[in-house]
Design a protein around this ligand. Structure first.
Ligand code: B12
Length: 452
């Protein structure tokens, strides 16, 4: 028996914004041809030995063969991939194939998914995958499989990353590692608690270390943005984790919000462990919302945080969301001024999309303010929700103006010459040329570029 995993294409938000100076932004951010999320490599690791498997990475331009000899097609997707995922599901079913879907979008929109596939997995895949394959084999596939949100991560297998290591074409030279699942916070924009649980499940540090030892790259992107929450359980576990990871000499890209533990010795500690990029989503947690609202104390907290991190060689990568109900046109200047004041040199800007499974989605449904259900547009580059105090076009213009404002600032600034673009990046020469930097000038690489 054979299963073919599919990772559908999604439109990178910069691809869909022609009015932005691509060259300049591309120089700093690249185009996200990332390896698939960990869903597929985990299922591959759990696929029984009497099953063959392969991966069609549609997001990496792999050809899609509707007449493959696979017995079942397994599609993983998050919201921006859903449009393409449903297209592929329809085509495979029309070609007589059995199609199963799972991941963030199918888990939160399973009724719509079932209009295009034979079965949907809701939540974790570890508890259900073997049963799904058995049911395919026995011709007894059910429409819905509930994996839930309580699978014990101590049983999580090491994802089979070799499923994509052998494929070329990815412009990221780093590995994604999931060290925890679920979240106790209830941020309006986020669907993680619904999909992965309102409790934080932590993997045993020993199994994480064992997994990191198997990785191909020196650069590691830790997928979970609750690592630095200022509560005792996480402070203790995160210390244990980074202590154990330090000897492996990896470089870690971590994600968070301003709701974090900012103790000096803690920042010293994670810097020593190898953390070198700090991706911080802004306008989601009370502190960053206050800072963008002009609260001087909160602004000073951000200025101090950026300095603390950058003084220790950790790049601060800000990800500013626009489109909260209280956001007004002044937000653009507030963001640009905050970046200048705090010395933020790496940033991206996105329009909040109401992801199914998030409180924001539920509220906008109630208020009938969803403008489109074209899922491909839920990538942070489109106005999806009718703003409360401005026209959708005004919000879109703010999005464009803040990108332009930030990168024009940067291009003018001395900083650009010695920013840390990734030296090992094959596209570097082209990018340097794009921003007028003669090749061979300085700039130490770190291989981390992202958006998440
Ligand atoms: C890696 C990552 C990326 C990567 C890769 C994208 C991808 N496909 O995931 C990159 C960097 C490209 C990315 C980009 C974006 N991302 Co992102 N990203 C993640 C991240 C950090 C990890 C994903 C992952 O590997 N999860 C772990 C795996 C194991 O979980 P899983 O996929 O759910 O798989 C499990 C089950 O669902 C199930 N399963 C999965 N597939 C299948 C299939 C079958 C058949 C079955 C049976 C079971 C099954 O089994 C698995 C094991 O239990 C998540 C946060 C998170 N913690 O998940 C955000 C996340 C997926 N991203 C998100 C978003 C919104 C984005 C952006 C669109 C916007 C932005 N600004 O961030 C951008 C895109 C911007 C752009 N460039 O256009 C949201 C998605 C929300 C949603 N409901 O869709 C998340 C959840 C972050 C959040 N806090 O909201 N992201």
């Amino acid at each position: 028996m054979k299963v073919t995993f599919i990772y559908p294409r999604f439109e990178k938000f910069l691809e869909t914004v022609p009015d932005l100076d691509r060259e300049l932004v591309d120089y700093f951010l690249g185009n996200f041809t990332t390896p698939p999320s960990l869903g597929i490599p985990i299922l591959a690791a759990l696929t029984p030995p009497d099953w063959e498997f392969d991966l069609v990475d549609d997001n990496n331009g792999d050809p899609v063969d509707l007449h493959t000899d696979a017995d079942v097609i397994a599609i993983n997707c998050f919201t921006p991939q859903a449009t393409r995922a449903l297209e592929l599901a329809d085509s495979f079913r029309a070609a007589g194939k059995t199609v199963v879907m799972g991941g963030f979008w199918p888990s939160t929109m399973h009724k719509e998914a079932l209009e295009h596939c034979d079965a949907v997995n809701i939540g974790d895949g570890e508890p259900t995958w073997a049963t799904i394959l058995d049911d395919v084999k026995n011709g007894t596939l059910a429409p819905v499989y509930k994996g839930g949100t309580s699978f014990d991560l101590a049983q999580m297998p090491i994802p089979r990353r070799d499923i994509f290591y052998d494929k070329g074409g990815y412009d990221w030279n780093e590995d994604l590692v999931q060290v925890a699942r679920g979240c106790t916070y209830k941020c309006g924009m986020c669907s993680i608690p619904t999909h992965a649980g309102h409790r934080i499940r932590l993997r045993p540090v020993t199994s994480i270390v064992e997994e990191v030892r198997t990785l191909k790259y020196d650069n590691v992107y830790l997928a979970d943005d609750m690592l630095f929450f200022p509560n005792n359980r996480l402070r203790k576990w995160t210390r244990e984790l980074f202590e154990a990871l330090t000897p492996l000499k990896k470089k870690f890209f971590v994600a968070s919000t301003m709701a974090l533990n900012t103790d000096d010795d803690f920042i010293d500690f994670i810097a020593h462990a190898g953390v070198d990029s700090f991706y911080c989503t802004m306008n989601v947690d009370p502190r960053s919302i206050r800072a963008l609202g002009g609260d001087l104390a909160a602004r000073q907290e951000l200025v101090d945080l950026v300095k603390k991190l950058e003084d220790r060689g950790i790049r601060f990568f800000a990800s500013f969301g626009l489109g909260r109900d209280w956001d007004g046109p002044e937000l653009v200047d507030s963001i640009l001024d905050l970046c200048r004041t705090a010395g933020i040199h790496t940033a991206e800007f996105f329009l909040f999309s109401p992801y199914p499974g998030s409180p924001f989605w539920d509220r906008l449904i109630r208020q009938d303010r969803i403008l489109t259900r074209e899922w491909r547009k839920y990538n942070g580059a489109h106005v999806i929700a009718r703003p409360l105090n401005m026209e959708p076009e005004q919000l879109y213009d703010m999005f464009i103006n803040v990108w332009r404002g930030f990168y024009t600032d940067l291009a003018r600034s001395e900083v650009v010459k010695n920013l840390r673009p990734d030296q090992s990046d094959p596209h570097m020469a082209k990018r340097r040329k794009a921003v007028g930097i003669k090749t061979g000038t300085s700039g130490k690489g770190n291989g981390h570029e992202d958006n998440s």
